[in-house]
Write a protein that binds this ligand. Structure first.
Ligand SMILES: Cc1cc2nc3c(=O)[nH]c(=O)nc-3n(C[C@H](O)[C@H](O)[C@H](O)COP(=O)(O)O)c2cc1C
Length: 341
């Protein structure tokens, strides 16, 4: 432990401060010349409930300093987890940060951003010198909020916030000591997959598709044309046999066909390439829409904001278990993403 500013290592001090996880805000105001002004700030904090007061601090070097010094009103936007890009935009110095943004106008003509977890419209109550920053204390005149999960900043990086299990909610363990408990990752992933897929399967049955045919059909929506070898690589053991049988069945039912050589992906070694027919595209989009509806219902029950956390962690897990997975689908050509028109 160090004390006294002379003995501070600035980098270490910054790191130590970064261990305090915060939300991320954008503070906006209107300059004396009428131009919208704003910057990303995580120094925001609540001060008092009654009267309602909040504070934040602004670096003396900030290009926005003069505008905030003179501003009677400003607004704090607590960013939602999907607003990382907006945060990065307002963390850039000076440049026209509002270009192309759809903003509302608040008290004192202050520009208000949309889609945030919460917004506080404030009147400047006090300004204090705070070392190399100016501290702004504001009286909250009005606010609004929604259930969107907040963006988090921790250790110099953006992070997700997720609720913890209630204290005492421990995983159950089996009667045979050393056996799987219900916190075994394989159990959690496997059971989640099978239960989710059971709901999707009902829609496949309506479309007379087997699981395998559905996998191959949806894979063919990612690239214009794929050979059996491409498909097998993409399935990575998901199918219990190779993709050949499924593709032949799709061809028989008029949902896929052999692609003309110039459609790409085919090679002598990979065998002929296959593409969706018009009927195949329609069938694929119908079942994929149904599968996405199953996903939405599940994630809605999970709670607002938990889905990005879950997906981010699963993506990272996949990156560890199957580093090539990203590249498999990454090469999708633009034309295939368009809906059938
Ligand atoms: C997550 C995050 C939090 C930040 N918090 C603050 C802050 O509290 N106060 C501050 O002055 N700058 C903060 N910054 C830096 C400013 O956003 C950045 O310096 C910006 O370029 C200032 O813009 P301006 O010079 O146009 O005013 C933060 C940046 C990030 C990415």
């Amino acid at each position: 432990m160090t004390s006294g500013s002379d003995s501070f290592d600035a980098g270490e001090f910054r790191k130590a401060l970064g261990s305090f996880a915060t939300g991320v805000t954008i503070i906006t105001t209107r300059g004396a010349d009428g131009a919208p002004v704003g910057l990303t700030a995580n120094s925001f904090n609540s001060v008092s409930l009654n009267p309602p007061l909040v504070l934040w601090s602004l670096a003396n070097t900030s290009m926005s300093l003069a505008a905030f010094r003179a501003a009677p009103y400003w607004a704090v936007h607590v960013l939602a987890t999907d607003q990382e890009e907006l945060s990065a935009r307002f963390a850039r110095r000076g440049e026209s940060k509002f270009a192309g943004l759809d903003v509302e106008t608040g008290i004192g003509e202050v520009p208000l951003l949309k889609g945030c977890s919460a917004r506080f419209q404030c009147r400047t109550a006090f300004q204090y010198e705070g070392g190399d920053h100016v501290i702004f204390l504001g009286e909250v005149l009005t606010f609004d909020r929604n259930e969107a999960a907040p963006l988090v900043f921790h250790g110099g990086r953006y992070a997700h916030a997720t609720r913890r299990d209630p204290l005492g909610a421990k995983p159950r363990s089996a009667f045979l000591e050393g056996s799987f408990g219900d916190d075994f990752l394989g159990y959690l992933l496997g059971r989640s997959h099978y239960r989710m897929f059971a709901q999707i399967r009902r829609h496949l049955e309506e479309a007379h598709l087997s699981d395998q045919e559905f996998y191959v059909l949806s894979a063919l929506t990612l690239k214009r044309a794929m050979s059996v070898r491409d498909l097998d690589a993409g399935m990575a053991g998901v199918l219990d046999e190779n993709s050949h049988r499924a593709i032949q069945s799709l061809v028989r039912h008029g949902l896929a066909r052999e692609a003309a050589p110039e459609a790409g992906a085919a090679g002598a070694a990979g065998g002929p390439a296959y593409e969706l027919t018009e009927a195949g595209r329609e069938a694929a989009l119908r079942v994929i829409a149904a599968a996405k509806a199953v996903e939405s219902r599940m994630l809605e029950r999970l709670g607002a904001g938990e889905a990005p956390v879950l997906k981010s962690l699963l993506n990272r897990l996949l990156g560890v278990i199957d580093p090539e997975a990203g590249a498999l689908w990454g090469a999708a050509d633009a034309g295939t993403k368009e809906p059938t028109a």
